[in-house]
Write a protein that binds this ligand. Structure first.
Ligand code: C2O
Length: 532
C-alpha cells in the first residue's frame, strides 16, 4: 500500500453560472473540487488549510474510517470545525474498499460547492470483476443557487420557512444550455466500439436525481463502492451521497446524444425541476445536431423503486456477502418532517424533522471528543429511543406532531449487530429520504410501501445477496430495512442526506463502544484536532 498526499486549500473563487457571477467556497479554486485517487488499502493524508471566512470540515463519504473516527469530518460530531486561518490533517486508510465515493464539506450547507470524487482503484494486479473498460470518466451531479448558499439556509433557520430551492442542476459543474445565457453543457467524448466506466456521483444538496443518455443503455456494476451483479438499464437513480459505476458501450457509428439529470419529484415541497443537460459526442461527428434528443418521459416512482430492486450484491467467492444473521439490537426509526411552535418565526411555527420524535440539536463541542475524554455530560445523552414512544399509523396522514429537541445517541457495544427498520412517515408529506450512515456500510435487506408489517415483511428479507451501501433511499410512504455490524468504535452520524432535512433535525448518532482487544479501541485524537 502507498501513501497518497493531497493539499486542500479552502479558497473563495468567482464562478459564473446562469448569467451571473458570485464568489463560492472551493477547494483549490475548483468546482467540483479535486479528485482524490488511491488504491485499496492506501493511506490517504489530506492537509487542509482554511483560507475563507467560514468554519470548514471535510467528510469522506463512504470511507469506513476504521478506528480513524477523528478524520470522519462531520462538524460537532467527530471534530470541531477548522476555523478561518486554521489547518487540520485528515489521515485515514482505505481498508478493504475500492470503487467510487465522494468527499464533501460537512458543516452547514457548504457542501453545495465543496465536494469532489474519490476514486479507489483495486489493489495493483487485481482486476475488476467485470470486463475491463477502455477508460474511465467521472461524472458529478450538483445543484446551484444564484444567491449565497449560506445565506439561503440561515434565512430559513431564522424565518422558520423552507429554504429557497436551487436555481439549476449541474453536471461536472456545468448547467447545460440555458435560454438567454451563453452556457454550454459538459461534453463526454467517446469513440465507437469502446467501453467507458462512468463513475457517477450525486453531490446535489436536496434532490434525488435520474440520469439518462439518449440512445444508450448502461450496465451498472457497482454502487457506493461495492460490487453488484451487473444489470442493464436506461435510467440510473441516485440520491445525494450515492455513487454508481456503470459501463457505457459506445455502439453508435457517430453522433451527438443528449445526456440529462432530472429530479425525482415525490414531495409537496417544490423541487427545482430544471433538467441539466450534457452531451455524449462521438469522435469524427461533424454536426452539432443531436442524433437523439428525446429523453422518454419516465414514470418516476416506478423507476426509482425498480432501480433499487435491481441491486444485488455480487456475492462471489472473491467478494462474499456476509450479512449478520442474528440481531443484537432491533430498532425501528420513524423518520419524517413536521412542524413545531416557534415564537420568533414568521408564521409562529417552524418546519422540523425528526427520528422517533426527536429532532436532533447540534452540540457546540464535538461529541467524539466529549465521549473519548468522558466529558459527555451536558453535551449529549445516550437515551435515543430505539422505537417511537407511541406507535401510530406512519403512512396515514397527519398525526403525531409532538416532537422534542435533543442531542441523544444510541449506544452500541463493540461488534453488536444492528437492524434498523427505517419507516418513512407522512406526518406532513410523504417523501423519500436518502439515509446515510457514517463509519460502516449496511446491507439493505428489505424495502416496501406502506407501514412495515413485522409478521409479513420480515419473512421477505434478503439475507443472501442484499446490496451493501452507505446511503439508501427510504421510499415515499414506505420503509427500508438495513443491518450492520458495530465494529468501528466512535460516534457515527446517521442522517437524511437531503441537506434541508438534516438542517431541520433528521439526524442522530450511534455511539460504538471500544472492544477489549488492542485493535478494537479508538486511538487518541491527533494533536492538531481543532478545538471549538
Ligand atoms: Cu455525505 Cu454525513 O454525509
Amino acid at each position: 500500500a502507498n501513501i497518497r498526499r493531497y493539499k486542500f486549500n479552502v479558497v473563495m473563487k468567482n464562478m459564473t453560472k446562469l448569467c451571473s457571477t458570485k464568489p463560492i467556497v472551493t477547494i483549490n479554486g475548483k468546482f467540483p473540487g479535486p479528485t482524490l485517487y488511491a488504491r485499496e488499502d492506501d493511506n490517504v493524508i489530506v492537509n487542509l488549510t482554511n483560507n475563507v471566512n467560514y468554519n470548514v470540515t471535510i467528510h469522506w463519504h463512504g470511507v469506513k474510517q476504521l478506528r480513524t473516527g477523528w478524520s470522519d469530518g462531520p462538524a460537532y460530531i467527530t471534530q470541531c470545525p477548522v476555523q478561518p486561518g486554521g489547518t487540520f490533517v485528515y489521515n485515514f486508510t482505505l481498508t478493504g474498499q475500492r470503487g467510487t465515493l465522494l468527499w464533501h464539506a460537512h458543516i452547514s450547507w457548504l457542501r453545495a460547492t465543496v465536494h469532489g470524487a474519490i476514486v479507489i482503484l483495486p489493489k495493483r494486479g487485481v482486476p475488476y470483476p467485470f470486463p475491463r473498460p477502455h477508460t474511465e470518466r467521472i461524472i458529478v451531479f450538483g445543484e446551484w443557487w444564484n444567491s449565497d448558499v449560506e445565506a439561503v439556509i440561515s434565512q430559513s433557520t431564522q424565518s422558520g420557512l423552507p429554504p429557497n430551492i436551487s436555481d439549476a442542476h449541474t453536471i461536472n459543474g456545468l448547467t447545460g444550455q440555458v435560454p438567454g445565457c451563453k452556457s454550454r453543457g459538459y461534453t463526454l467524448h467517446v469513440e465507437t466500439g469502446k467501453k467507458y466506466l462512468l463513475r457517477i456521483i450525486n453531490a446535489a444538496v436536496n434532490d434525488e436525481l435520474f440520469f439518462k443518455i439518449a440512445g444508450h443503455n448502461l450496465t451498472v456494476v457497482e454502487v457506493d463502492a461495492t460490487y453488484i451483479k451487473p444489470f442493464d438499464t436506461e435510467t440510473l437513480f441516485l440520491g445525494p451521497g450515492q455513487t454508481t459505476n456503470a459501463i457505457l458501450t459506445a455502439n453508435h457509428p457517430q453522433g451527438n446524444f443528449l445526456m440529462t439529470i432530472s429530479p425525482f419529484m415525490d414531495t409537496v415541497v417544490p423541487v427545482n425541476n430544471v433538467t441539466a443537460t450534457a452531451f455524449l459526442r462521438y469522435k469524427d461527428t461533424r454536426t452539432q445536431a443531436l442524433k437523439s434528443s428525446k429523453i422518454p418521459p419516465v414514470n418516476a416512482t416506478s423507476i426509482a423503486l425498480g432501480f433499487s430492486d435491481s441491486l444485488r450484491s455480487l456475492n462471489s467467492p472473491d467478494y462474499p456477502t456476509n450479512v449478520p444473521l442474528k440481531v443484537d439490537h432491533s430498532l425501528f426509526f420513524a423518520i419524517g418532517v413536521g412542524v413545531n411552535p416557534c415564537a420568533t418565526c414568521i408564521n409562529g411555527t417552524k418546519t422540523i424533522a425528526d427520528i422517533n420524535n426527536v429532532s436532533f440539536v447540534m452540540p457546540t463541542v464535538a461529541m467524539l471528543q466529549a465521549h473519548y475524554f468522558n466529558k459527555s455530560e451536558g453535551v449529549f445523552t445516550d437515551d435515543f429511543p430505539g422505537k417511537p414512544s407511541t406507535p401510530f399509523n406512519y403512512t396515514g396522514g397527519l398525526s403525531n406532531l409532538r416532537t422534542e429537541n435533543g442531542t441523544k445517541v444510541y449506544r452500541l457495544e463493540f461488534n453488536a449487530t444492528v437492524q434498523v427498520i427505517i419507516q418513512g412517515t407522512s406526518v406532513i408529506a410523504p417523501e423519500s429520504h436518502p439515509t446515510h450512515l457514517h463509519g460502516s456500510n449496511f446491507f439493505v435487506i428489505g424495502k416496501g410501501l406502506g407501514n412495515f408489517d413485522p409478521l409479513k415483511d420480515t419473512k421477505k428479507f434478503n439475507l443472501v445477496d442484499p446490496v451493501e451501501r452507505n446511503t439508501v433511499s427510504v421510499p415515499t410512504a414506505g420503509w427500508t430495512a438495513i443491518r450492520f455490524i458495530a465494529d468501528n468504535p466512535g460516534v457515527w452520524f446517521f442522517h437524511c442526506h437531503l441537506e434541508v432535512h438534516t438542517s431541520w433535525g433528521l439526524k442522530m448518532a450511534f455511539l460504538v463502544e471500544d472492544g477489549n482487544g488492542s485493535n478494537e479501541k479508538l486511538p487518541p485524537p491527533p494533536s492538531d484536532l481543532p478545538i471549538c
